[in-house]
Design a binder for this molecule. Structure first.
Ligand SMILES: Cc1cc2nc3c(=O)[nH]c(=O)nc-3n(C[C@H](O)[C@H](O)[C@H](O)COP(=O)(O)OP(=O)(O)OC[C@H]3O[C@@H](n4cnc5c(N)ncnc54)[C@H](O)[C@@H]3O)c2cc1C
Length: 402
């Protein structure tokens, strides 16, 4: 069996659905291929994102729980940052990802689920012209003028082309979505230090209705600790703010991997674009990538449309996409990588001091910092003008001075 499309999108996560959405809106014939039984069948993310981006994307209000307070715990210190308005949110991930896919479908995208892409199809010059997939044990070929690899961490298409290898540095995360006795719906908690995560952090993210996601993320290969085992220990021992949750009744277990190799990958080739986790587009400070997956997914779909309409799907033509996302985030991600390197090396005592520095930030500065949106607030001025040397040192890292 084989089918012919303008655009073949592999992966029905936020990157794939967003690319399919703009391409279909631009009039292309688009297929979106997802290996699971339905879109967002498994949840592999905690779903924290930012209201500003949610509004930019038009995500409906019933898809998220707004958050305005942030609590940061280290072994012997604690910072509470309270805002007057909600600038962050915890997504109902399944609902949001399905909404994104439904937006694409409404524009004409054909969605096939339960269909796993296994290989690529190349022309005689070695350029990609389609993918081979398995559906109910039968092989199907999907031909396209452009293929978008939005398969997430696995980067199935780019790997099959021989363009990329497995990520070397990545985060592994485990979490329970659970019914809890007590949780403030407008507050999230981050926990740092050896007992929570030897290279990463633990979290409690509220969804409203006394539901919270309690999780642990651990950097690999920095630490051999298994996040699932550590999560169970933290819950059993009721460490830190977990003690305040009272009875915890797990509803669902989530597990996932996220690239942490910086923006090391080339993301355009002849007839091929990589987007989202497959392109490594994640903020290294908290390893969040949903907003980038949606934003750059939409741009990828748009650039692919223009290229297909111009009958030129060369790497050169598609590089508009790479120029665009690099301009938006490359320097921020590089700076955030330096802060991440600093954080990986901190001892528990250092973390206690780091929280003192963070407590100097205003709510909007804290959020811009965590989001790696350096430059949006006064953070860079803090590097020169803050009365405390420790604060100046941290922000000089962001500015690129050690
Ligand atoms: C534990 C954890 C917590 C996280 N928390 C946050 C957070 O709080 N906020 C945030 O912004 N980001 C978070 N992230 C990162 C975020 O989940 C990703 O950046 C985001 O999901 C990337 O979207 P994507 O569409 O590129 O990939 P994915 O969401 O991984 O989607 C890829 C899709 O492709 C499908 N697929 C894969 N291979 C094939 C194949 N061969 N054939 C067909 N389909 C295939 C998959 O089934 C999947 O549906 C977290 C990640 C982890 C691991």
């Amino acid at each position: 069996m084989s089918d012919i499309y303008d655009l073949v999108v592999v992966g029905g996560g936020p990157a794939g659905s967003s690319a399919a959405y703009t391409a279909s809106k631009n009039g292309l014939k688009v297929i979106l291929i997802e290996k699971e039984e339905s879109i967002a069948e498994s949840v592999r993310t905690s779903g924290v994102t930012w209201i500003q981006n949610i509004e930019e994307f038009g995500i409906p209000e019933d898809c998220y729980n707004p958050v305005k307070n942030f609590e940061f715990y280290s072994p012997n210190n604690k910072v509470s940052i309270g805002d007057t308005v909600a600038r962050s949110a915890v997504l109902d991930v399944r609902k949001t990802y399905r909404w994104l896919a439904s937006q694409a479908e409404a524009q004409g995208t054909e969605i096939v689920v339960n269909t796993t892409v296994k290989d690529v199809i190349k022309d005689e010059s070695g350029k990609i012209i389609g993918v081979k997939a398995i559906q109910n044990e039968k092989e199907i070929e999907f031909f396209g003028k452009v293929v978008i690899d939005a398969s997430g961490f696995q980067s199935t298409v780019a790997k099959s082309m021989g363009f990329v290898k497995q990520w070397e540095r990545f985060g592994a995360g485990a979490e329970y979505e659970a019914k809890v006795e007590h949780v403030k719906a407008d507050t999230w908690w981050l926990m740092v230090g050896e007992k929570y995560s030897p290279a990463g952090y633990a979290w409690i993210f509220p969804l409203g209705d006394n539901i919270a996601r309690i999780g642990v993320g651990i950097g690999k290969p920095d630490s051999p600790v298994d996040p699932t085992a550590r999560l169970k220990e933290l819950i059993e021992n009721k460490e830190g703010p977990i003690a305040n949750l009272g009875k915890i009744e797990p509803i669902e277990f989530h597990y996932g991997l996220i690239p942490n190799d910086g923006l090391s990958r080339k993301t355009v080739y002849d007839n091929l674009i990589l987007v989202g986790d497959s392109a490594g587009q994640a903020n290294p400070l908290v390893l969040e990538g949903i907003r980038y997956a949606i934003k750059f997914g939409r741009i990828a779909g748009d650039v692919a449309s223009k290229a297909i309409k111009a009958n030129d799907t060369s790497e050169k033509k598609l590089s508009e996409y790479e120029d665009n996302w690099k301009k938006a985030i490359e320097s921020k991600i590089k700076s955030a990588g330096k802060v991440q390197d600093r954080w990986i090396g901190l001892t528990d005592k250092d973390w206690d001091k780091e929280l003192d520095i963070i407590s100097e930030l205003k709510p909007e500065e804290f959020l811009d910092f965590i989001k790696a949106d350096f430059g949006l607030s006064n953070m860079l001025k803090l590097a020169t003008n803050h009365p405390k040397l420790a604060v100046r040192q941290l922000f000089n890292l962001v500015k690129g001075k050690s």
